[in-house]
Ligand binder design. Sequence first.
Ligand code: BES
Ligand code: ZN
Length: 614
Amino acid sequence: MKNILFLILIPFTMFAKKPEDERGIYVKDQHSYSNPAEIVVQHLDLSLKADFSTKKLVGFVTLQVKNLTNADTLRLDTYNLKIESVKINDAPVTFILKPADEILGSELAIPITANTKEVTIYYETSPDAQALQWLNPEQTAGKKHPFLYTQSEAILARSWIPLQDTPGIKFTWTATIHCPKELMALMSCPQNPKQIGNGTYSFKMPFAVPSYLMALSIGDLAYKAYDNRSGIYAEPVMLAKAFHEFTDLPAMISSAEQLYGKYPWLQYDVLVLPPSFPFGGMENPCLTFATPTIITGDRSLVSLIAHELAHSWSGNLVTNATWNDFWLNEGFTVYFESRIMEKIYGKDYADMLNLLSQNELKHTVADMGVNNPDTKLFLDLKGRDPDDGMGDIAYEKGRFFLMALEEAAGRDMWDAFLKKYFEEHRFQTMTTKEFLHYLEVNLLQENPLIKQKVNVDEWVYGTGLPKSLPVIKSKYFDQVEKAAAAFIKQPTVMPDTAGWTTHHYLHFLRTIAPEMTYEKAVALDNHFHFTQIQNSEIAFDWFMIAFACHYKPAYKALENFLNTVGRRKFIAPLYRKAAADATLRPWIEQIYKSARPGYHAVAVKTIDEIFEGK
Ligand code: BES
Ligand code: ZN
């Protein structure tokens, strides 16, 4: 009986095309020169020497390829790489390095045959390679040794490895890294703790990953484990503080596993970088890279670790096929992050964080304009830098879409759906269309009520914020708002901050910000000493207020902040605000001039654009 049914069904399934069939095995990615429909890299072996005196990585990479269509050319992505030679079976071949595009870099075209299995490229990176930041000892916590780290997402891997730089392709890899003996090298794979101290480190990534998850860091580093699968890497002088701050890490991993399945990457460590790191965190497999600006002493900014950990499923296991599908990485991750936070710290705490983010999202959409095409979840980034897609839309609109689905489906049904989704697509890539198809077949079809409540197309292909945006309430914030109203009315009435966390302060500052005056800033600073505060999130909000009401007593601390912290989320808005104010512009230009050499290339690019008026 079963067989007959099978036979009858064949013709129908043949016509009921799944979106996967439409894209072929690999989706064409507008941000890569590679030709994966013809030929794919399945594995790479990297061998590099880190030369701190010339700020170069020098060495070679061997790519193992699968030629699917007897293609005669392997097309790779490169950015500012110096290609010394290309060899196939030990024989040099004539390659073509095409003229560079400002965003995409240069295509490296290598002639191959149907039988080509391996291609070796000898090359070196440029001293200003976009992914790499070479730090002087003064830019580190210990001040004694130089430091190097990479940031490959979105399309910067090509500035340190010639490869098919698209999230649509996954490969396994090994690497040998040579560095000065006194430094430790780490990469985004399970670490081998035995190989410390001889200047040569070997790495092996047994799981297939996309290029943007290739990462390397070299510095004076030490390790402290929480248990046999998680721990902290940091400069020795930072280690104890960082270890204390992230003490809930093992609990976060177990909570995540309870939600959406076993942690698949064997090991989960956090590497705390120097403060110039341009992001809060980066989900490099097995080894999240994190900014030290979340270390406050009171563990109040650890949701960032929950976020990067969540990427171990959403992003690293099930990966956005192109950067137009970026919300699949980030929206899912913010959603998952929030579920981890709720599990560990309770619903009231999570509500507070969610409401803060939703308020920001509403501001962002209002600023961008409700009809702005960039407020759609599914983006069209053709001809643009994929970095343009990084903002509240992918993250927060994406997250609230999933939250709306959760509310409509009920948590149990939704969690079962998500767990199955991750399980069935592990180590694969995903397009927006494929996700929507999966959602339709596995959830919506059997539950038409969900569709009545949540208009999926409106969320994904529509601009602005849909009617089904979840309503978030926070009892803690109700109290903060009362305190804020009292302060605005009478600036001598200071809030009672007993039990306040970073988030209470942020909500307080954001609520009073539009009403702030110089006098109110003086009163607040006298009471709370915000200008001196070491908490980067609160400091940032305070500095924005300081600019708005020309509160000069904060400017020295602000200048110091801009000279040490390179996290773009903080520094870009500060520069933007000051650059737009004629009375501050010459001063802020000076500060930028001196601080700029200490920033990573992705932050520099954004801030240069601010001063160029783009
Ligand atoms: N994967 C992102 C960082 C990223 C995205 C780098 C796109 C380059 C291009 C990472 O997971 C992230 O989202 N970091 C956030 C922190 C998070 C808590 C929202 C950040 O760095 O601010
Ligand atoms: Zn993220």
